[in-house]
Design a protein around this ligand. Structure first.
Ligand code: XMP
Length: 527
C-alpha cells in the first residue's frame, strides 16, 4: 500500500461493524460474492485465502465464505486455507472449490469428474436445514467445476443433490460449516440470494445494518477530522468516481476543496463544457481548468504504438496537474477516486489476495513525489455502491450513470497517429453514436458505447465519384465489472441510423463497422 495513504476510519474499517470475510481462492466470482453480501446489507471484505486465524479474529467477522477457484484441491500448489480457521467457531460457507476444500480438510473425498459439470443444473434439497429455508424444493443452479465431492466423511450430511452430484450442498454435523457445489452468487442461480441471506442472517446472526447513508455520514466526518484546516485538491474527470469524491469532500470541507480539470484535447465533444456546467451547479468552490490540448497533441505527434501513447499521456498529465497544483496554496491533501476492485486487484488490500490479479490502469493514480497525503474515500466501495452513494449525495442521474471514459481518452480510440484533424472526425462520429443510443433509450442498458477511428482507408462511391476514406468502428458492450464484457446486440435499425448518419454527416468517412467481439479475448478499448 502506498505509504502515505490515509486509512479513513469509516464504517468499513470499523471493526465493531458486523462483517463477513470472503477468503479468495482465485475465483472470478470472489468480488461478486462480496457484492451480493453487501447487497444484503452486511459489510464484506475480500481477504487472502491463507489469512492466519489470528488475523481473522482481528476483523471480528460473523462468518467466513470460502470462494471458488480455478484449481483442484489435489493439485500441487493449490491454494489452501489455514486449518486453524475451522476451529474459530465462526460459521463457514464453502462455495465450489471452497466446498471441496472444506470437505477435504474435514475428511471427505474429492475426485476429478472427467465430464466436469458446467452450466445449469436442477437442484433438489431435502428441507432439513435452515440454510435452505424458503428455497424452492427444486430449482435451477449454476455449476462450474471439474472436480466434485464424491464422498463425505460421516461428519457431513448431504442437504441437496443434482442429477450428477449427490452432494450439491452439505453441512457438518456438529459445526456450522457448509458447502455448496454450485454458485449462489451468480444470476444463473436465480434464487441464490435466498441461500446467502439464510447463511448471513440465520446462521451467522447478522442483522443487515450496513447502509450507504451511514457510510456517507461517517466518511464525511472522518474527512473533516483528517483534513483539519487544510485545503484538498481533487482531480476531476467528469466521471462518476471523481464526482462522488468531490461531492463527499464538498460536504465535508466546503470551499476548502479545489478541483482541477485537465483538458488534454482528448475529451469527447462538449465534455469540458458539460463538466464545468455540472460542477458549477453542484459546487460553489474553486475549479481550475487547464487547457493543455496543444501540449498533449505535441507529445503525441507521430506516435502510433498504444503503450507509448499511454506513457506520454500519463507524463503530460502529471506535469500539467503538478504545475496547476503548485498554484493552489495551503493544499496538503490530494483526493482520488480509487475503488475497492482497484485496491484488491493491485494487491494493496490488507491481507488481500496474493499479489496482482490484474494491474489495472486506474491503480496508482498520481505519484507520491507530488508530495500530498492521499485521501481515498471510496477505496472500500464497489462501482455500483459509488453510484448509489452519488445519488444519496444529490448528484444527478445523468452524471451518476455515466459510462466510464478512459484516462487516455480518445487517443486510444484514434488508432494510428493522433492529430487534431483525425480527432475531429472521431469526435463527430462518436457524438452521433451517443446521440442514437440515447434516442433509442439504450444508454442505461449498455455499459460503454463509443466510436473508434481506424488507421485504414477503404474505397467507396459517393454520388458518381470514387472515394478513398476512413473507417469508423462502433463499439458497444454490456458488462457488470468491465473485466469481462459481451458486445451488445443492438437493434439493426439503431445500427443502420448510426451508419447512415456517420457516412452522411462526417466528412472523410465512407464505411462503418460494428465490433462483435467479446472480452476476453478482445478488450473493450481497441488500444
Ligand atoms: P479494457 O480495454 O482493458 O478496459 O477492456 C476496461 C475498462 O477500463 C477502461 N480503460 C481505461 N481507463 N485508463 C483508464 O482510466 C486507461 O488507460 C484505460 N484503458 C481502458 C475502459 O474504458 C473500460 O471501461
Amino acid at each position: 500500500m502506498n505509504s502515505n495513504t490515509v486509512q479513513l476510519d469509516n464504517p468499513a474499517t470499523d471493526v465493531s461493524a458486523q462483517r463477513v470475510l470472503v477468503l479468495d481462492f482465485g475465483s472470478q466470482f470472489s468480488q461478486l460474492i462480496a457484492r451480493r453480501v453487501r447487497e444484503l446489507n452486511v459489510y464484506c471484505e475480500i481477504v487472502r485465502h491463507d489469512i492466519a486465524p489470528e488475523n481473522i479474529l482481528k476483523h471480528n467477522p460473523s462468518g467466513l465464505i470460502l470462494s471458488g477457484g480455478p484449481a483442484s484441491v489435489y493439485e500441487d500448489g493449490a491454494p489452501l486455507a489455514d486449518r486453524g480457521i475451522f476451529d474459530l467457531d465462526i460459521p463457514i460457507l464453502g462455495i465450489c472449490y471452497g466446498m471441496q476444500l472444506v470437505c477435504d480438510v474435514l475428511g471427505g473425498k474429492v475426485e476429478s469428474d472427467s465430464s466436469g459439470e458446467y452450466g445449469r443444473a436442477q437442484c433438489h434439497h431435502n428441507g432439513s436445514d435452515p440454510l435452505f429455508n424458503d428455497f424452492p424444493k427444486s430449482t435451477q443452479v449454476w455449476m462450474s467445476h471439474g472436480d466434485q465431492v464424491q464422498k463425505v466423511s460421516d461428519d457431513f450430511v448431504s442437504l441437496a443433490s443434482t442429477d450428477t452430484s449427490p452432494f450439491a450442498a452439505v453441512r457438518h454435523r456438529t459445526r456450522e460449516v457448509y458447502g455448496l457445489q454450485f454458485h449462489p452468487e451468480v444470476t444463473h442461480t436465480p434464487e441464490g440470494k435466498i441461500l446467502l441471506r439464510n447463511f448471513l442472517y440465520d446462521i451467522c446472526g447478522c442483522e443487515g445494518t450496513w447502509e450507504l447513508s451511514g457510510f456517507a455520514e461517517q466518511a464525511i466526518a472522518s474527512i473533516r477530522e483528517q483534513v483539519g484546516e487544510h485545503r484538498v485538491i481533487c482531480g476531476l474527470s467528469g466521471g462518476v468516481d471523481s464526482s462522488v469524491v468531490a461531492a463527499l469532500l464538498y460536504k465535508a470541507i466546503g470551499d476548502r476543496l479545489s478541483c482541477i480539470l485537465v483538458n488534454n484535447g482528448l475529451l469527447r465533444n462538449s465534455e469540458q463544457q458539460t463538466v464545468v456546467e455540472e460542477f458549477s451547479t453542484h459546487f460553489k468552490t474553486d475549479l481550475h481548468v487547464v487547457d493543455a490540448e496543444a501540449k498533449f497533441l505535441e507529445t503525441l505527434a507521430g506516435v502510433t504504438e498504444p503503450q507509448e501513447k499511454r506513457r506520454r499521456i500519463g507524463h503530460a498529465f502529471i506535469e500539467c496537474f503538478k504545475a496547476e497544483a503548485e498554484k493552489i496554496h495551503g493544499a496538503h491533501f490530494l483526493a482520488q477516486g480509487t475503488l475497492y476492485p482497484d485496491v484488491i486487484e493491485s494487491g494493496a488490500a490488507i491481507d488481500g489476495p496474493a499479489a496482482t490479479i490484474k494491474l489495472h490502469h486506474n491503480v496508482g493514480g498520481l505519484p507520491e513525489e507530488l508530495g500530498f497525503e492521499l485521501i481515498e474515500p471510496l477505496r472500500d466501495l464497489f462501482k455500483d455502491e459509488v453510484r448509489r452513494l452519488g445519488l444519496e449525495l444529490g448528484l444527478p442521474e445523468n452524471l451518476v450513470w455515466r459510462h466510464p471514459f478512459p484516462g487516455p481518452g480518445l487517443a486510444v480510440r484514434c488508432l494510428g497517429e493522433v492529430t487534431k484533424q483525425r480527432l475531429e472526425v472521431l469526435r463527430a462520429a462518436d457524438q452521433i453514436v451517443l446521440e442514437e443510443i440515447h434516442r433509442a433509450d439504450l444508454y442505461r442498458k449498455t455499459s460503454q458505447v463509443f466510436a473508434v477511428l481506424l488507421p485504414v482507408q477503404t474505397v467507396g462511391v459517393m454520388g458518381d465519384a470514387r472515394t478513398y476514406d476512413d473507417v469508423i468502428a462502433i463499439r458497444c458492450v454490456e458488462t457488470d465489472d468491465f473485466m469481462t464484457a459481451d458486445w451488445s446486440h443492438l437493434p439493426h435499425e439503431v445500427l443502420a441510423t448510426m451508419s447512415t448518419r456517420i457516412i452522411n454527416e462526417v466528412k472523410g468517412v465512407n464505411r462503418v463497422c460494428y465490433d462483435i467481439s467479446s472480452k476476453p479475448p478482445a478488450t473493450i478499448e481497441w488500444e
